[in-house]
Every structure is written in structure tokens, then in C-alpha cells.
Design a protein around this ligand. Structure first.
Ligand code: SF4
Length: 495
């Protein structure tokens, strides 16, 4: 009988077919990378848990990593608080409880530790369903649970000196919220356990055929083998109603969408369709020309890397607040010359030196600042206005002269080979195949922050620091050089 854990149950609530495949045919389950981001979340969870344990001076760790047998034996002793006890029902439903407290009347209080700054409900988090699951397993094992709480980060906390656990964390009683949904969640838990233990399910189709791409998991291709390479799911941001209209018409391939379609698509979609029909890029010359001609030289193509984590590492920071530690700038001048500037912090520190370096490299309030997906850079600038008040007007200038190159790839420039994506990682290989992220030691922003964080925080960091710094510099440099080269392709297109 397959084991059902809290994580499995969350997967089941997202999609029964996907967890069935993972449990029953792990070899064919498409291995989405176990991303560094997921690893980072797990590491952060351990860090928060370590502080949560400090709230209970009388807590005990269990032997054998708190296996169900060790737990059962330990709970007969005189202690009141246990860390990481685990329980398994006779139908193989398994729960590991973060912190369990024996109350004076002999009933139990479950504490679940989360690295969020509030109780998160809704499909993405399902924190109340999580604790219902824990309560169910304990109850099925014969324990009476009378109270359930979630320990989470205090969003108003600002680090000043050593971290004090009861300032960093808050305990929220969720007993009532659990009671409201408990019986329906129990039904779902039993349904999940039955479903993952089914011998066969329909593997030739899954319900995401009728949902937009954002809902699909890595197993979409496994369950839907007839979806063509350039499919209607790639229509950028298409609404479910329109997607299903196309399916009802028997259209799955972008090439099959007729000119006289009986529903209106968006400009973005028509740009994609024009491109696939022409088998080359589709350019809105007026839009691209107007936008590029509005840019004021010099053009500063820039990109930040930021470090953030559940537990703030520097005085003045809040939980999850980002700290900019690196910047790359390629400045393109009117005469066509290009200069590259880069800064990478040597330590966990406020970005004073970084902003000062930017200011002198870009010659103060001059030109246009160009980035890819401006939300991130814009917010970092707002935070740095507070962290580095001396350069507030410079950072204000950047934000009011910010141009998001990515937005030109919505309606201005479409290419069917982008497959409906405007990510620089999808645009670059099509427009500038000579530049690539593939051979870089640092591949993305998460890897950059993880590498830099380990380098400056871990006393026994074993890799060569100079080589590591160079890898980080190479990655960020490529981000801004890529923007320059893409800009050049666009300029060439409108000539
Ligand atoms: S694509 Fe959707 S329905 Fe299909 S297995 Fe994945 S999540 Fe489930």
C-alpha cells in the first residue's frame, strides 16, 4: 500500500492524476528538476524550525529521527513537548509533527511551523488543510488533539542584533479554522489514499486539456500525447473560455486557427499567429520604432541579483526582504561604443557601495535604464531608497527612466519559436544563437543567490572564492549583454 504524506496530499488536492503517476510509475514521471528554489525553501524551513524550537525550553528531540515506533515509546514518558514526532495510521497515512505538546488534561496541541509571515490560505498554500492532515493522523492513531497552532514569522520584525525567537515568530491558534473544514478534509484524505492505491486510471487524457498552461504540471505531455509542438496552449495568457472554444472546434494546433475565427483573440495572440503562418518573426514596426526611438542615450542595460531569505541576515532587514548584492551594467552610448560595469559585494552588507558605484559608473542621472521584467528592479530601487538615502534622487531617477525591454515581446515582436514566452531565456537563443546560458556555471538568479549566500555566510565554504566570484560575474554580465544584443536585433529589424 502506498504511503500518503502531507506533501502527497497537497499534490493530490492539486491534481489526483499527477500524484497517482508519481506513486505508481515513478520511472515515467517526467522529472521536473528538483529545483534549487525548492531546496532553498526546505533549508529555510529548517532555519525557522530551529528558532521555533527555542520557544519551548522543555522540548525533547526523539531518537531514530522520531520514527513512529520511537515516537510511540517516547510519548509514554513524562515530557510535555516533543520535536518531530511521527505517526502512521494502519492505512499508511504518515505525518511528522513539527512540535507536539502534551496539555495538562492529557490531550495534545499540534504546532506546525511555516516560513510565511502570515497564515496562508488558498490553493497555493493550503496551510489549514496541512494542519487538518496532521490532526487526522494523530486522531486515527488514538490521540486526542484539542488545539492546533501555526508558528510563523512576524512580518513586522526587523532584525537588530541577535535574533530573539519570540520576537521573530508568532503563534496563531487555528483550532477553529481547522474545525470548520476538518470533516471535509478527512473525506479528501481518504479519497486521496484510495486514489493513489488504484491499480489503473485513464492515462490517455487528463483534465488539464481544458485548462490554460499555467495549470499544467510536468506530466501534461505524458497524459496528452496528441498535443502538437506549437499548440493553442502557447497563446500567451489565453483565457480558459477561449481555449475551450478552440478545443470544441477541434483546433489544437496553432497552424489550424483560421483567419475567420468566430471569436476575437488579443493583439498578442494575433502577433503569434502571424508569426507561425509566416514561419518567421512578426513585427509591429510602428510600436517597436516608436518605443525604441523614445529612449534617451546613454542606454544603461542593467540587472540586479538579490539575496533574500526567511530569516534576515543583516540588521535593518525584515523576514524575506531582498538585499541587492550584485549589479551588471552595459552602457551603450550614442556613438555606438559600449562600456561594461560590474559590482559584486564581498560581504553581507547594505548596498551603499553598490549604489555609489552605479551612480559613478552611469554618471548620475543620465539616459535610460533598461532591464528585463521591470517589477524586480523597480522594487529593489524603492527598497534601496530607504537603505541608502544619500542616493534617493538617483534611484528615483532610475525608476522614472526605466524601460522594460521584455514588454516589446508581447505585441511588438513575436516569434512562434518563443512558444508564447517572453522570458529572456527563451528569446535569446532564437534572436542571438551565439550567446548562451548553457555553459555558465551559474545558470539563474536562484543559483546566483544560493552561491553568493554560501560564499559569504558559511565559514567552511570549500570552493575557490575567486573562481566562484568570476562565475557570478560572468552570469550577471551575460544577462545585460544579452539585452544589448537583443536591442541590436530590434534596431536592425526596424531599419
Ligand atoms: S497536466 Fe494537469 S490534470 Fe494533467 S496530470 Fe498535470 S496537473 Fe494533473
Amino acid at each position: 500500500m502506498h504511503q500518503l504524506t502531507k506533501t502527497d496530499f497537497k499534490y493530490y488536492l492539486d491534481c489526483p492524476e499527477s500524484i497517482w503517476l508519481l506513486k505508481n510509475k515513478p520511472d515515467v514521471y517526467p522529472k521536473g528538476e528538483f529545483s534549487l528554489f525548492a531546496e532553498k525553501l526546505i533549508k529555510e524551513g529548517y532555519e525557522v524550525e530551529a528558532y521555533a524550537k527555542q520557544l519551548f525550553t522543555n522540548g525533547v528531540d526523539l531518537p531514530e529521527y522520531g520514527s513512529p515506533t520511537a515516537t510511540q515509546n517516547a510519548l509514554t514518558d513524562r515530557h510535555t513537548v516533543y520535536f518531530q514526532p511521527s505517526f502512521s495510521t494502519n492505512t499508511n497515512i504518515f505525518a511528522r509533527i513539527d512540535i507536539l505538546e502534551r496539555l495538562p488534561d492529557g490531550t495534545w496541541h499540534i504546532y506546525e511551523v511555516k516560513s510565511s509571515t502570515s497564515i496562508k490560505k488558498g490553493r497555493k498554500y493550503r496551510q489549514i488543510e496541512d494542519v487538518c492532515f496532521q490532526k487526522y493522523v494523530l486522531t486515527a492513531c488514538g490521540y486526542i488533539v484539542s488545539k492546533v497552532s501555526i508558528i510563523h514569522l512576524n512580518k513586522a520584525y526587523v532584525k537588530q542584533g541577535a535574533i530573539v525567537a519570540n520576537e521573530l515568530l508568532e503563534i496563531t491558534d487555528v483550532t477553529e479554522a481547522v474545525d470548520v473544514i476538518y470533516s471535509s478534509v478527512v473525506n479528501q484524505i481518504n479519497a486521496a489514499s484510495n486514489f493513489i492505491n488504484k491499480e489503473i486510471i485513464n492515462e490517455t487524457l487528463c483534465s488539464c486539456k481544458h485548462k490554460t498552461r499555467i495549470n499544467h504540471c510536468d506530466a501534461f505531455g505524458y497524459f496528452n500525447t496528441t498535443i502538437p509542438d506549437y499548440s493553442i496552449y502557447q497563446l500567451n495568457g489565453i483565457r480558459e473560455k477561449k481555449l475551450n472554444h478552440l478545443i470544441d472546434l477541434g483546433i489544437l494546433d496553432l497552424n489550424d486557427i483560421p483567419d475567420n475565427l468566430d471569436i476575437e483573440l488579443s493583439d498578442k495572440h494575433y502577433a503569434q499567429l502571424n508569426s507561425i503562418k509566416a514561419k518567421k518573426e512578426a513585427v509591429n514596426l510602428e510600436e517597436v520604432t516608436t518605443k525604441l526611438n523614445s529612449l534617451k542615450f546613454p542606454l544603461h542595460f542593467f540587472d540586479y541579483e538579490g539575496f533574500g531569505g526567511a530569516i534576515p541576515k543583516l540588521d535593518g532587514l525584515k523576514p524575506h526582504q531582498q538585499l541587492v548584492f550584485q549589479v551588471s551594467i552595459h552602457s551603450l552610448y550614442k556613438d555606438g561604443s559600449i562600456k561594461h560595469f560590474e559590482y559584486l559585494s564581498h560581504a553581507m552588507e547594505m548596498p551603499n557601495k553598490l549604489v555609489e558605484y552605479m551612480h559613478s559608473s552611469t554618471n548620475g542621472n543620465t539616459g535610460t535604464f533598461i532591464c528585463w521584467h521591470d517589477t524586480y528592479e523597480r522594487y529593489r530601487n524603492k527598497e534601496m531608497m530607504i537603505q541608502v538615502p544619500k542616493f534617493e534622487s538617483y534611484l528615483e531617477y532610475i525608476n522614472s527612466h526605466l524601460f522594460d525591454l521584455k514588454k516589446l515581446f508581447y505585441t511588438g515582436f513575436a516569434h512562434y519559436k518563443f512558444k508564447g514566452s517572453a522570458s529572456i531565456k527563451d528569446v535569446l537563443p532564437i534572436l542571438v544563437p551565439s550567446l548562451s546560458y548553457k555553459d555558465k556555471a551559474v545558470q539563474d538568479g536562484t543559483m546566483a543567490l544560493d552561491t553568493w549566500g554560501r560564499m559569504v555566510l558559511e565559514p567552511n565554504f570549500t570552493e575557490d572564492k575567486e573562481v566562484t566570484r568570476q562565475h557570478l560575474l560572468d552570469y550577471c554580465e551575460l544577462d545585460t549583454l544579452a539585452m544589448v544584443r537583443i536591442y541590436e536585433v530590434l534596431k536592425e529589424t526596424i531599419k
